[in-house]
Write a protein that binds this ligand. Structure first.
Ligand SMILES: Nc1ncnc2c1ncn2[C@@H]1O[C@H](COP(=O)(O)OP(=O)(O)OP(=O)(O)O)[C@@H](O)[C@H]1O
Ligand SMILES: [Mg+2]
Length: 303
């Protein structure tokens, strides 16, 4: 049988080799045995530290991966934004050049050029506002204006604003709403922003069929659905599309218009209100249903 000293030497050699040795057998009554006991304790502490270091380094690796991904997304975003900004700016520059060259010739032509310049300026302002607003919400710097609101009024209002866009694409918009109001505590303008982005997306990604906006009152919460008969979303992208700047690109139609911030902002707004938002879609060309929940005001809850 190996002596306690031999066992200790063997265990130390294992540590030198980068292994954690098995517990050394000891006789707790003699001095060497107590040394071996302490040695065993030390080995356990070493094993714990090694495990902690391994977990820390895995955490850092994960953080690093996330940083690389976020960096890549920001670079892509910057190039998308530059592209979006350049298009109306180039148009403004061209129409200004044309005005300088031919502006005096015909008042009608001048009017048309000026009209084009105004439209491009509006697009620029809209885009910049969306970017600023988005970055404020994402950075948690937004001021919330919480009041008593009627969800049904908000939905009817949002549909009204989007009606022209729906009509332009020859789509139908159908509502399934209760007759009575549904009262909530929330930020009216921000919730309108959520509904408008969901309806806007539904119109953008649907070429024929209909968009349905429905409301269902549940026990302590209300559930809002915005469904479409459009391109659908494959299951591996169901979570991704709620990340900032994430856009699912169809090779046939290329990058969708917009910045890819809409759903990330919707998620921030809904979560601020204590609700959840997600998408249900059976896949490509199967349509999509975006669903969000919001907690009801106490007066609306069943007694
Ligand atoms: N109803 C939908 N049907 C199919 N795909 C959708 C639908 N809604 C969103 N998506 C996918 O999710 C992506 C992200 O949507 P999101 O609203 O965040 O950004 P966006 O509409 O592309 O741009 P933005 O809203 O910033 O103008 C879209 O680019 C699209 O790929
Ligand atoms: Mg959108």
């Amino acid at each position: 049988m190996a002596s306690t000293i031999q066992k200790l030497i063997q265990a130390i050699q294992e540590i030198i080799n980068g292994q954690i040795p098995q517990s050394t057998e000891i006789d707790p009554d003699d001095e060497l045995g107590r040394l071996a006991e302490k040695f065993n304790e030390m080995v356990q502490v070493l094993a714990q530290r090694e495990e902690q270091a391994r977990q820390q380094s895995e955490k850092f690796r994960q953080l690093n991966r996330e940083l690389i991904q976020s960096n890549q997304m920001q670079t892509e975003f910057l190039s998308d934004v530059s592209h979006e900004l350049r298009t109306p700016l180039t148009a403004i520059k061209s129409f200004c050049d044309l005005l300088l060259m031919f502006g005096d010739d015909d008042p009608e032509v001048r009017e048309e050029f000026l009209q084009n310049i105004v439209e491009s300026c509006d697009r620029l302002v809209g885009l910049i506002n969306e970017l600023l607003d988005g970055s404020k919400i994402m950075a948690g710097k937004i001021e919330w204006d919480t009041t008593d609101i009627d969800l049904i009024e908000i939905i009817v209002n949002s549909i009204g604003v989007m009606k022209a866009m729906v009509k332009e694409k020859d789509l139908q918009i159908v509502t399934q709403l209760p007759i009575e109001s549904i009262m909530l505590k929330g930020d009216r303008d921000r919730l309108i922003q959520v509904l408008q982005n969901l309806i806007n997306n539904a119109v953008k990604f649907t070429s024929e069929g209909q968009i349905t906006v429905g409301v269902e009152k549940l026990h302590h919460q209300v559930r809002v659905n915005v469904s479409d008969t459009g391109t659908g979303i494959t299951s591996e992208n169901h979570n991704l599309i709620f990340e900032r700047f994430a856009q699912v690109t169809d090779p046939k139609s290329g990058k969708p218009p917009g910045t890819g911030l809409g759903l990330a902002i919707c998620r921030q707004i809904i979560e601020y209100h204590g609700g959840k938002i997600w998408v249900e879609s059976e896949g490509k060309d199967k349509g999509s249903t975006f669903v969000f929940t919001l907690p009801l005001s106490e007066s609306e809850e069943p007694q």
